[in-house]
Design a protein around this ligand. Structure first.
Ligand SMILES: Cc1cc2nc3c(=O)[nH]c(=O)nc-3n(C[C@H](O)[C@H](O)[C@H](O)COP(=O)(O)OP(=O)(O)OC[C@H]3O[C@@H](n4cnc5c(N)ncnc54)[C@H](O)[C@@H]3O)c2cc1C
Length: 237
């Protein structure tokens, strides 16, 4: 998302901000994760779904993307889970925004959707918890079977296990994505044969996991769905 001079950022927010949300409350789920709750009356009765992305102005100049974790179409309330690891404008906004603050944003869009299949593989990191939650729910709703893992820093493991009880929650160690690499490799060695794969989060990890699942499980390109949420040395994806 863009970083703009403050006057242009305000104009960009006004021009693209068709939906107005109000901050309800932000709480700390764990050392590295915040749960931010909002209300948007324009969501009431609309088919806005968990897993869709919003673009938010997080400072005078900066915009960042987040993913809807839970949405209540009756009340317009929704939440996002924010990884505090980056310590950029987005993470600072997550901890600093005040209740009743108003946010203008474009229509939510862009969720990863589960394709028709029986066996699904899902892998993500701390930025992809909402995406993983939405995929797990979508796959269960279509009577499919999901094998999922998320990689998060060790202090966040218990909180994430409570959010995603169907997924394996792996403690990150060393380079991002290494715990997911080991998990995927072991799974494929045991003979697991997914029909659809969803990989989300850190760019280089998503790329490695994608190569592994295509090479070792023989999945065609169209069966591997990826979304990159952050990249080394890049701000504001
Ligand atoms: C479509 C989309 C949906 C997203 N949904 C979510 C979501 O639901 N929850 C969520 O937490 N994030 C989500 N992200 C990622 C989130 O937008 C970025 O993590 C965020 O932009 C980081 O903002 P920042 O201002 O704190 O750091 P930035 O200023 O963007 O980055 C500062 C530095 O930290 C590094 N960095 C960025 N992100 C991370 C990270 N996660 N871990 C470690 N280092 C990092 C960068 O490489 C950079 O060097 C999403 C991104 C996209 C594109």
């Amino acid at each position: 998302m863009p970083s703009l001079p403050p006057r242009l950022a305000a104009r960009f927010e006004q021009r693209t901000g068709k939906y107005t949300s109000v901050v309800q409350q932000t709480s700390r789920l764990s050392e590295g994760l915040a749960l931010a709750r909002f209300r948007c009356d324009q969501f009431i009765g609309k088919a806005v779904g968990a897993g869709e992305h919003i673009g938010v102005r997080v400072s005078e100049r900066d915009f960042r993307h987040y993913t809807l974790f839970q949405v209540d179409a009756l009340t317009g309330e929704y939440s996002v889970v924010i990884d505090l690891a980056p310590d950029g404008p987005g993470a600072r906004w997550a901890l600093g925004h005040a209740p009743d603050q108003e946010i203008d944003m474009p229509a939510p869009a862009g969720a990863l959707r589960a394709g028709p299949a029986d066996r699904h593989l899902i892998a993500g990191d701390a930025t992809a918890l909402a995406t993983v939650r939405a995929l797990l729910d979508g796959i269960a709703g279509a009577s499919g079977h999901a094998t999922a893992a998320v990689e998060v820093p060790t202090p966040d493991v218990p909180a994430v296990a409570a959010l995603l009880s169907e997924a394996q929650v792996l403690a990150a160690h060393g380079t991002p994505g290494r715990a997911l690499d080991a998990w995927l490799s072991a799974l494929l060695t045991e003979g697991f044969q997914p029909q659809q794969a969803y990989l989300a989060g850190h760019a280089a990890s998503v790329q490695r996991l994608r190569q592994t699942v295509r090479a070792r499980a023989g999945l065609p390109r169209r069966a591997v769905h990826t979304q990159v949420y952050w990249a080394d040395g890049r701000t504001g994806l």
